[in-house]
Structure formats: structure tokens, C-alpha cells
Design a protein around this ligand. Structure first.
Ligand code: 3SL
Length: 234
């Protein structure tokens, strides 16, 4: 049977070997939810960057620049990190250079994996089917917050472990812990997360609608995959 493991923070990546794995990068609030939304609305590609300057430099190559630091849109960028910004007709067929505090950092850290895909509650079923039908063992990398573990990414990892339990077995205790947590929370995700650190942080920015949206399951069927440094639709 294939296996699934969960890396609860990018700072624990040194404990995992990604080389033969399909890695699912998850940053529910809000980077991977934005990416999923953008592809569902016709974006051509998203190139993830760890550094602001590298991202900004892509403007000269005709890219839109997007992302945030500490939840806020970066000066000089075209877009921030609200999923609602990625629904516009005008973005259809366009290329975006994207950098965020945690999500794109986790993606860059997964470099060397056999395959890197983007997961969110918005495309949960499609990611589950993709992993079930794929040939590789799976590692879910939770983006967390500046090296710390967070609840929302752990819950998504647990949802995958739960949905895949008849096909892919947990490799260690982190996937089991995530699965138990998800089973506790699955019927009340929003309520379960109300005291979590990032929900409080985003509430201070007055973006509760983003949180509700990012916790919606199975709105879209796209699975973004990293190909030659660019995310495109699988
Ligand atoms: O850290 C990230 O990658 C972001 O998604 C954080 S925020 O939701 O924009 O604050």
C-alpha cells in the first residue's frame, strides 16, 4: 500500500525525504486557497517565490505580481492574498508571480520532490482522487505560520488522511494526529478554528469572509501542479 505522511511545519522538512514523493503543499489561510481559486477562474500559471524582490522582478517579464507579508498586500504588487481578487475575468490566461509569508516558502522548500501539487478545502476531493490514482507515496507539507504549527493546515492534512484511509496508509504519528483532529472538527470547521492564531490575525484585518470561503469544501475540481517552476493545471 502507498503511504501518506504529514510535515506539520516547513521547519521540520529536514526530517523528510521528498525525492520519490508527491508533495501536497497546503496553506488554507490563504495562499493555496487563492491559488486554487485563481486556476478555477482561468489563470494560466502561478510562479511561486520565497523572496519579495525576485517576485517583483517578474513584472519586467510581463507577469502580474501578487501576495502578501503578514497578511497585507505588498507595496507595488498588483494583487494581495484574498481569494476574491482572483475571480476577475481580466486575469484569464494571465501569468502571476506570487510570494507569501508561509505558503510559497513551503512550496520552495519542497523543491526536489517527484511532484508538487496544491491542496485546499476548495479542491479537497480532486486532490484526494489525484493522490489515490497516483503512483507515489504522499507527503503533505503544512505551511503553518513562520515555522509554527497551525490548526487549519493540520485539519486539511487530516481530511486527506481520512478520505484516503482505504487506499493509502499513514506512515507515522503526524498523519494519525491530523486525522483524529479532523474527525473531531469536520462538522464544525469554522467554529473549531475560531480561537486559532491565524483566524484571530485575519480577523484583525477584517477579512472574515476570506476565512469562511477558504473553509468551503469542494467548490472546484482543479489540481494545480508545479511544472518547471510554474504552477499549472494538472
Ligand atoms: O502565509 C501565507 O502564505 C499567507 O497565506 C498568509 S495570509 O493569510 O495572507 O496572512
Amino acid at each position: 500500500m502507498k503511504t501518506i505522511d504529514v510535515c506539520l511545519s516547513p521547519d521540520l522538512m529536514h526530517l523528510y525525504n521528498v525525492r520519490d514523493k508527491t508533495v501536497v503543499v497546503v496553506d488554507i489561510l490563504r495562499a493555496t486557497s487563492c491559488m486554487t481559486t485563481a486556476f478555477a477562474h482561468g489563470i494560466e500559471s502561478i510562479t511561486p517565490f520565497a523572496k519579495l524582490e525576485e517576485c517583483l522582478a517578474m513584472k519586467a517579464h510581463g507577469y502580474f505580481t501578487a501576495g502578501e507579508r503578514d497578511g497585507k498586500k505588498v507595496d507595488g504588487f498588483d494583487f494581495g492574498n484574498s481569494p476574491f481578487e482572483y475571480m476577475h475575468e481580466s486575469l484569464k490566461g494571465k501569468n502571476i508571480a506570487f510570494t507569501t509569508t508561509n505558503g510559497t516558502q513551503a512550496m520552495v522548500k519542497a523543491d526536489g520532490a517527484r511532484e508538487i501539487i496544491v491542496g485546499s478545502f476548495l479542491n479537497l476531493s480532486s486532490v484526494e482522487a489525484y493522490l489515490r490514482n497516483g503512483a507515489n507515496n504522499v507527503l503533505v507539507i503544512c505551511a503553518g505560520w513562520k515555522g509554527k504549527v497551525n490548526l487549519e493546515d493540520t485539519l486539511f492534512a487530516g481530511a486527506l488522511v481520512e478520505l484516503l484511509k482505504d487506499h493509502i496508509e499513514p506512515d507515522c504519528d503526524a498523519p494519525l494526529a491530523a486525522q483524529h483532529l479532523y474527525n473531531l472538527a469536520k462538522n464544525k470547521l469554522f467554529d473549531f478554528l475560531k480561537d486559532s492564531s491565524h483566524v484571530k490575525r485575519l480577523n484583525r484585518l477584517n477579512i472574515q469572509k476570506d476565512i469562511e470561503y477558504c473553509l468551503t469544501t469542494n467548490l472546484y475540481s482543479v489540481v494545480p501542479v508545479l511544472h518547471n517552476g510554474k504552477l499549472v493545471i494538472a
